[in-house]
Design a protein around this ligand. Structure first.
Ligand code: C5P
Length: 411
């Protein structure tokens, strides 16, 4: 429902900027209010006067427009909105957002807020396809920014392809979908879930370590999906590549032993999901100083000892301390089904999500995966999907299991 909602609309410069006028009208018709900010270049395509007239309040361009800085600073401006919509979002503004720049009112507001942001990109097709724009969009997606469009079609410049601003009606639908999500039931409210994620780092000496290729992408997506359903999430993460999930308590760790301690410290929990790629072994006694080449050409011999299996130890806790639902992951490169089923039983977890991480699948570190789900009753092939989709599906299932006590277990 948009009725009663306040939207901060940021209009950046582009031939499609005039469509912002139609968008303002649609938002208002749906019962929302709009405060507009125009970038300097947007004012060449649409006048602040027409935007102000439609919004019924002055459109702002410069930081200096906030003459009453004490009454309505840019921080207040961006935080008082229920949603920030950037339409059209040029390649340049997206780059500034991804880089965290704050060199005008629009970018300053975007940096100074934790209000959700929806962007509607519009640019030339080559700019849209450029690796720099791809990179920036990936960063923004990881930051939790959502996107509508762009559409494909003939561009103002005569070229054809993706890059056209989504139709105002489609942007309105995306705004409605955002508020529908926000107002959706939160079935995990009052529940505490622990999620482990990322690789661990096992020191060899003060400057070297053993680790693995885990990006932490799947774990972060799961934590965020659980938080969206209202759970309090303790996110215990090794040094990951991706941004921390929004709305979670972040507990950064390095080694498997630290991860074990953090997980135990986060108990009690209603559910625990072990997504981390924990190093199976650690160096028995890491050197206190950097190991030096001794001139003989003989490499050092490292002695390993096994790390504790955090998942198995939590799954085997006495019922009073054990989370009602314990979920493991398995990354396999061969005999996936047989190995995963055996692993679920051996570890004592209720559910196990297995994926094939053979070289060439791109699963390790990638944004897509292919999951086979195992519980006490058998297996279910979830097929190929993005890690975000898998995360939402898993979070929904966790909510279902916790709502029906006793249904999750049965190892
Ligand atoms: O035995 P394997 O490493 O294949 O098991 C994977 C599952 O066990 C994952 O859920 C992982 O997070 C968890 N695990 C753990 N502690 C370890 C090793 C694995 O929690 N030491």
């Amino acid at each position: 429902m948009i009725a009663g909602k306040h939207i901060l609309l940021i209009v950046s410069g582009g031939i499609a900027a005039y469509k912002a006028l139609e968008l303002i009208r649609l938002i208002q018709k749906a019962g929302g209010t709009v405060q507009a900010i125009l970038t300097e270049s947007a004012t060449r395509f649409v006048t602040p006067l027409s935007v102000s007239t439609l919004c019924g309040r002055p459109a702002l361009v410069e930081l200096f427009d906030l003459t009453r800085e004490t009454e309505i600073g840019h921080i207040e401006l961006s935080r008082s909105a229920d949603l920030i919509v950037v339409a059209p979002a040029t390649a340049h503004l997206l780059a500034r957002m991804a880089g965290g720049l704050a060199d005008d009112l629009a970018s300053t507001c975007l940096l100074a807020t934790d209000t959700p942001v929806l962007v509607a990109p519009a640019m030339n097709v080559r700019m849209w396809q450029h690796p720099a724009t791809r990179r920036n969009l990936e960063i923004l997606a990881a930051d939790g920014v959502t996107m509508v469009g762009p559409d494909e079609g003939e561009m103002a410049c005569g070229e054809y392809g993706p890059g056209r601003l989504a139709q105002p009606q489609a942007i309105l639908t995306a705004i409605e979908a955002h508020f529908a999500r926000m107002e959706a039931p939160r079935p995990l409210a009052g529940r505490h879930v622990i999620v482990t994620s990322g690789p661990t780092r096992e020191p060899i000496d003060p400057v070297r370590y053993i680790s693995n290729q885990s990006s932490g992408r799947q774990g972060a997506a799961i934590a965020e999906a659980l938080a969206e359903l209202g759970a309090r999430v303790s996110f215990v993460t090794g040094p990951a590549e991706v941004t921390d999930p929004r709305g979670c308590d972040i507990v950064p760790v390095e080694t498997a032993l630290e991860m074990e301690k953090a997980v135990n410290g986060a108990l009690p929990a209603d559910a625990a999901i072990f997504c981390a790629a924990v190093a199976d072994w650690r160096v028995a006694s890491p050197a206190g100083n950097k190991i030096k080449k001794d001139g003989s050409g003989t490499p050092p011999v490292l002695e390993f000892i096994q790390n504790p299996d955090i998942l198995a130890s939590i799954a085997r806790l006495e019922p009073a301390r054990r989370p009602a639902l314990v979920v493991g992951f398995a990354a396999e490169t061969e005999n996936l089904v047989a190995n995963a089923e055996a692993k679920r039983r051996a570890k004592g977890c209720d559910w196990l999500l297995a994926n094939d991480v053979s070289p060439g699948t791109g699963v390790m570190g990638g944004s897509d995966t292919a999951i086979v789900f195992f519980d006490a009753h058998g297996s279910e092939d979830w097929g190929q999907a993005s890690k975000r989709v898998v995360a939402r599906r898993l979070a929904g299932r966790v909510a279902g299991a916790l709502a029906a006590p006793g249904s999750a277990q049965g190892v």
